[in-house]
Design a protein around this ligand. Structure first.
Ligand code: ARG
Length: 463
């Protein structure tokens, strides 16, 4: 135990059990070791550890970490990872180990560990996002000319290409990547040296600790440093939103692989069967990705609720931040990995996609815009085109077969060659405004997605 001097008795066994967090926070061990090593250097700079003692501490920490990595660590009633490391250090080095906690508190230590963890976890997630971007780009690239319906209200709206549609998900993922980069940067401020809440009397320099740990900056205010978990909220917000984005793509995979749509197919190894209905082929993985987004939102809500109304500075409530943070990270990692595999495994039925966009009335907006280009006010053009759609539906014929006098009866400026819009490729090619769905523009978007992935990869490498 790391306290006890002023107590006549030890804690009740139930309190010990309830307050232990070692099972959750043991994964912070490498960071606790790094933070402890950095603190030892700060102590030595302040002449509170000799060079020899610093060496002993560094050696003992390396042994502890190696034991942990080898899975040979035994936990003996230690409350948390911080008390575990201090106990092992003291067991190994006696009084030298007993010097380590001078000017330090578990409050600044746990905040330091968590920020290190967040920084490295954010970097890892960015790597997974880059992999998903690459998968999306690879799947999209051959489908710049593969026509499919673009939907609003889940009703066929305007012809787009499959590449255009997939890239829409890709650009959302790029922003997720930058949100994780920002979360990593938010975590990149060292709380080490804040002590319990107000700094120290020993002349310990927080900047040295920050430097030793490779932090970009050190805290401005010790109380803020130990009380704040906003960096963790940033991480969980990035994770929750990324989960939501994944769920939207997952939902489309569920729709597209249904018999009703039939746009895509998952191979056997990524499909599941039914225990009762022998014919079933279910997209369970996509459904799980979609479902897991719920937990991601829950993790963010849990952390925000934990912080709400919490007085400064440290309160034990903060111990509960780890459950949310670790599960949020695990969830988003798993979701990204699963989606990357799923996207790569999808095979698309180009005929079915094009078929769904052919023989429809999705040309209506493009035809109205042709009239606008000929000087007709848009509202008039909309009305004329809408009337033509209604007549064609009533007659049961497509635009290609519309008699010229029928066109003219709706608007004098409609021309026989306007019937070319019956081919959705015409409308698609014409939607060539920046960021639009035309093949040429989608080609540019593929390039931009590749650049965005490279930029994220470069930030990651620079981290
Ligand atoms: N296990 C604690 C946590 O995760 C460490 C800090 C404990 N500090 C304290 N003053 N009791 O937050």
């Amino acid at each position: 135990m790391t306290w006890g001097g002023r107590f006549a008795s030890g804690p009740h066994p139930d309190l010990v059990r309830l307050s232990a967090s070692i099972e959750t926070d043991i994964c912070l061990l490498p960071y606790d070791i790094a933070a402890t090593g950095a603190h030892a250097r700060v102590l030595s700079a302040a002449k509170l550890l000799t060079d020899r003692e610093l060496e002993l501490v560094e050696g003992a920490l390396a042994v502890i970490e190696a034991r942990w990595r080898a899975g040979a660590m035994t936990v003996e009633g230690d409350e948390d990872v911080h008390s575990l490391v201090e106990r092992l250090l003291t067991q190994e080095l006696g009084d030298v180990g007993a010097r380590i906690h001078a000017g330090r508190s578990r409050n600044d230590l746990v905040a330091t560990d968590l920020r290190l963890w967040c920084r490295s976890e954010a970097e890892a997630v960015v790597g997974l996002i880059v992999a998903l971007l690459e998968a999306l780009r690879r799947v999209a690239a051959p489908h710049v000319h593969t026509i499919m319906p673009g939907y609003t209200h889940l009703q066929r709206a305007q012809p787009v290409s499959l590449a255009f549609h997939l890239l829409a998900h890709g650009f959302a993922m790029v922003r997720d990547g930058w949100r994780f980069v920002a979360a990593g940067n938010a975590a990149d401020v060292s709380p080490l040296g804040a002590g319990a809440l107000a700094g120290n009397t020993l002349g310990l320099d927080p900047a040295l600790g920050a430097d030793a740990l490779g932090f970009g900056a050190s805290f401005d205010n010790a109380m803020d440093a130990v009380a704040e978990r906003d960096f963790a909220c940033d991480f969980l917000y990035a994770a929750a939103l990324c989960g939501v984005h994944l769920s939207r793509l997952a939902e489309e995979i569920v729709l597209w692989t249904s018999t009703e749509f039939g746009f895509a197919r998952l191979p056997d190894e990524w499909s599941t069967g039914s225990s009762m209905m022998p014919q079933k082929r279910n997209p369970d993985l996509a459904e799980l990705i979609r479902g897991r987004a719920a937990g991601g939102i829950g993790d963010l809500a849990a952390l925000l609720t934990l912080l709400k109304g919490l007085p400064l500075a440290y309160n034990r409530d903060l111990q509960e931040d780890k459950g949310a943070l670790f599960s949020g990270a695990g969830r988003v990692r798993a979701g990204l990995e699963a989606m990357t595999a799923l996207v790569g495994a999808l095979s698309f039925d180009a005929d079915r996609l094009t078929g769904a966009a052919t023989g429809t009335t999705m040309w209506a907006t493009d035809l109205a815009e042709r009239l606008v280009a000929r000087g007709v006010p848009f509202r008039r053009a909309h009305e004329a085109t809408g009337g033509l759609v209604a007549d064609l539906e009533r007659l049961g014929i497509g635009l290609a077969d519309a008699p010229v006098d029928l066109l003219k009866s709706h608007h004098g400026l409609l021309e026989p060659h306007d019937r070319d819009l019956a081919d959705p490729r015409e409308g698609l090619a014409a939607r060539s405004s920046a960021g639009g769905a035309s093949p040429e523009r989608v080609g540019e978007q593929l390039g931009r997605l590749e650049e965005a992935g490279a930029a994220l990869r470069a930030v990651r490498r620079g981290a």
